[in-house]
Every structure is written in structure tokens, then in C-alpha cells.
Design a binder for this molecule. Structure first.
Ligand SMILES: [Zn+2]
Length: 411
């Protein structure tokens, strides 16, 4: 590297983060800018205006993904791509997704400030409906772009009021042209960690090498409703007895496959839900994750075994249904190397890690070389109005993104 190493403008980046956070701001200091709402539209318009000010060509595709391109010397070369999402959870924070998008824009502005011409174009992308809170498919825009989902499937998704993705895209004027996917030279997604590891290790940067395997089960156990008083315990067919055993076995699984394993029981419902009636049915979810394919497969098999053997033992019927599964992802070795080089050159304390959450990068990885960069977030909190990051960490991540993009875009 030359003596004249470019640095991103930390104040400009932070100011834009705070300006974006005013759109859909909540009383508790968070953001409610759910996909394809008026607030999302306003955030998108603000972003596009900044991109045009930076001299970018801005284009929307048919699912509302925004592509802001800074031209390269080789006009026909595939772009180096970066980006994330601007939509939030209903009680979301200021940084999840937004940071990656605005840091990408900050890289473009920095290239402009330092008059750096790249060979490849550099593109900042906003992926539509990453959160999946209003329309129940997370990472929707990147799924359509990468071919994991058809545009028609996405168009039909609707919110609780029956408004479809297609109608809402039209209503807010964010539906662009149905263009074929262009090749990508390299891609990076910069994101807040959404977990506590970097902060607890006192590190500035996570060099993300992949995403863990994830599976969500819906488990239904059926028995017989009966009175809580007269029926002896031995004669009941009580699904909750099975649930008690299954839950304890699932948490044991987490111990057996530690430290990588994650087991979350986030939803449980007993029917009819009366204190003095033995439930006739219990429904609950189990979200199982592991970075290692073998451990992961063993966890799924054990979960399914646990459900069927508990049903047999308590004379019940039931099944564990996989309602959502995302296979793990290994990111591109060259992209990871570019991030690693940037960390070395800038001397930021860093570690290599696996992402615990899904990101648009998982979809992109199926069709383009990509890796991710994490920065710490306060107390590991995310999907929370109190979500926060330190301005110096925001700057560090953007500088790493700048270097990684330059390494790929100059060659
Ligand atoms: Zn996100």
C-alpha cells in the first residue's frame, strides 16, 4: 500500500446512520421501517438521493432491490458488490442492515474523495425485505435475485392485512425492470455481529468465513383432553408430559454439541389452554443450529428421535416437521483473504468467526463469490430498539470494507 492510504469519513457515515434512523423512529430510540411501508419507501428515497449525489447510476429491479453503481475503468467488467438491507423489524434498531448499506455508500464517497478510479465498477445494493417480519420470508429480495425463489412466489406473499408484495412495490413506486442477473466479480456484506463475541473478546472486526446450518421444527404432540381432577396420572394421554421430556433432551443436545450448538424453543402453545384441562395437543417450535455439518445432522436426527420415542413412551401421536431449513454456507476464499489482508494492513484486532444469523450473503453465496465482515454491537443486542454500535467500530468496519473492495476492484 502507498503512504496515502485512504480513510473513510467517519463523521459522514455516522451522520447518515442517524439521519436514516429518523425515518420510522420509535419512542424507545429504535426504528420501525418494515419492508415496503411508507417509512421503507422514504428510507429508500433518501438512500437513492445520496447515491445520485455521489454520481452513481441507480437502478431498481422487479423485486425492488436497489443497485447504485459507481463506474469503473472497464465499463463491461463485472462489478464488485456490497450492501445489505434498509428494512427493520417492527421494534428494530438503527444498525442491523442499514450499517452495511451506508458503509457501502461511504466507500463510494471515499473513492470519490480520493479520486480513486477502479477497474471494476463498484455497486452498493439494498436487498428488499431482508427481515421477513411484515412479509413472512426473510432475505426475500436476495432470494429472488439469486434464483432461490421466483419473483412470482415473492409477489404473492402478503402481510396480515392482505396487502401483497407486488401491490406494495407498485404502491410505493419501488418496482423496477425485470432484468437478468449480471455476473458479480466479488461481493462483501458488512454487518453488525448481532451477538456478544467480538465485544467480549475486545475485538474490532470479525472476519466471517461462513454461516451456520439452521433448521426450524414445528412439533405437534396429540393426546386426549380430560379433567385435571378425576383422571389418574397413569391413565392420561397428556402431550405435555412428552414435551417436558423432549425439551430436556433438546437442551442436553446443546450441551453434547457445545460450543457450536444452539437450541431455541421460542414458541409453545397448549390446546385448549385451560388450567384445569389436560391439553389435547401441544405445539411448539425448536430452532436448531450448528456450524459443523456432522454435528448439525446428528442434532436433527436426535431431535426427531426424541419426539418419536417420547410419543411412544406416553402413548401419544406426534411429529416433528421441518418448516424451515437453511444449509450452512462457506464463504469465498478470495473474498475472505481480501478481508484478512485489510485487517492486517489496518492493524485492527480481529478474529475469524461463523455467523449465527442468516443474511442476504447466504443467498448471494450460491451465485457469486462473497464473504462478510462483522463489527461488535453493544451487549450483543440486535432486533431490539436499544441496538447500538460504537462510532469507532463503525469507522473500522467501513475502512476494512473499503480496502477489501479496492483489492478486488483494482484487479
Ligand atoms: Zn440484517
Amino acid at each position: 500500500m502507498s503512504n496515502n492510504i485512504p480513510f473513510i469519513n467517519a463523521e459522514r457515515l455516522w451522520n447518515r446512520l442517524m439521519q436514516m434512523a429518523e425515518i420510522g423512529a420509535t419512542a424507545a430510540g429504535g426504528c420501525n421501517r418494515q419492508a415496503l411501508t411508507d417509512e421503507d419507501a422514504a428510507g429508500r428515497e433518501l438512500f437513492m438521493s445520496w447515491c445520485r449525489d455521489a454520481g452513481c447510476e441507480v437502478r431498481l429491479d422487479a423485486i425492488g432491490n436497489i443497485f447504485a453503481r459507481r463506474a469503473g475503468r472497464k465499463t463491461t467488467a463485472a462489478p464488485v458488490m456490497t450492501g445489505s438491507h434498509l428494512d427493520t423489524q417492527p421494534t428494530g434498531g438503527k444498525f442491523d442492515g442499514i450499517y452495511g448499506v451506508l458503509a457501502g455508500l461511504e466507500v463510494l464517497d471515499t473513492l470519490n474523495d480520493f479520486n480513486i478510479e477502479t477497474d471494476h465498477p463498484v455497486e452498493v445494493v439494498v436487498w428488499t425485505n431482508e427481515e421477513g417480519s411484515r412479509f413472512d420470508t426473510a432475505m426475500m429480495g436476495s432470494a429472488v435475485w439469486s434464483g432461490a425463489m421466483t419473483k412470482e412466489q415473492a409477489y404473492q406473499l402478503h402481510d396480515l392485512d392482505g396487502a401483497t408484495v407486488e401491490a406494495e412495490l407498485q404502491r410505493i413506486g419501488q418496482c423496477g425492470l425485470d432484468t437478468p442477473r449480471q455476473p458479480v466479480h466479488a461481493a462483501f456484506e458488512l454487518h453488525i455481529e448481532q451477538g456478544p463475541i467480538l465485544e467480549s473478546e475486545n475485538l474490532d472486526i470479525g472476519v466471517v468465513t461462513g454461516v451456520q446450518h439452521m433448521c426450524r421444527y414445528r412439533i405437534n404432540i396429540r393426546g386426549q383432553e380430560t379433567h385435571a381432577g378425576p383422571s389418574p396420572m397413569s391413565q392420561r394421554r397428556d402431550p405435555m408430559m412428552a414435551v417436558a421430556r423432549i425439551l430436556s433432551e433438546l437442551y442436553q443436545l446443546a450441551d453434547q454439541h457445545a460450543p457450536g450448538a444452539r437450541v431455541t424453543i421460542g414458541y409453545i402453545r397448549a390446546e385448549p389452554g385451560s388450567p384445569n384441562t389436560v391439553p389435547g395437543e401441544v405445539v411448539f417450535t425448536a430452532d436448531l443450529r450448528h456450524p459443523d455439518a456432522q454435528h448439525y445432522a446428528a442434532m436433527l436426527a436426535a431431535c426427531e428421535d426424541s419426539v418419536s420415542s417420547a410419543c411412544t413412551a406416553f402413548k401419544l401421536e406426534g411429529e416433528a416437521t421441518r418448516i424451515w431449513e437453511a444449509p450452512g454456507v462457506s464463504f469465498d476464499a478470495n473474498c475472505i483473504a481480501a478481508v484478512r489482508n485489510a485487517v492486517c494492513n489496518r492493524n485492527y484486532p480481529a478474529m475469524e468467526m461463523i455467523s449465527g444469523a442468516g443474511h442476504d450473503a447466504c443467498n448471494i453465496a450460491a451465485v457469486a463469490p462473497i464473504s462478510m465482515i462483522f463489527v461488535p454491537c453493544e451487549d450483543g443486542l440486535s432486533h431490539n430498539e436499544a441496538e447500538n454500535i460504537r462510532p469507532d467500530h463503525a469507522a473500522a468496519g467501513a475502512n476494512i470494507l473499503l480496502d477489501a473492495i479496492m483489492e478486488c476492484a483494482l484487479a
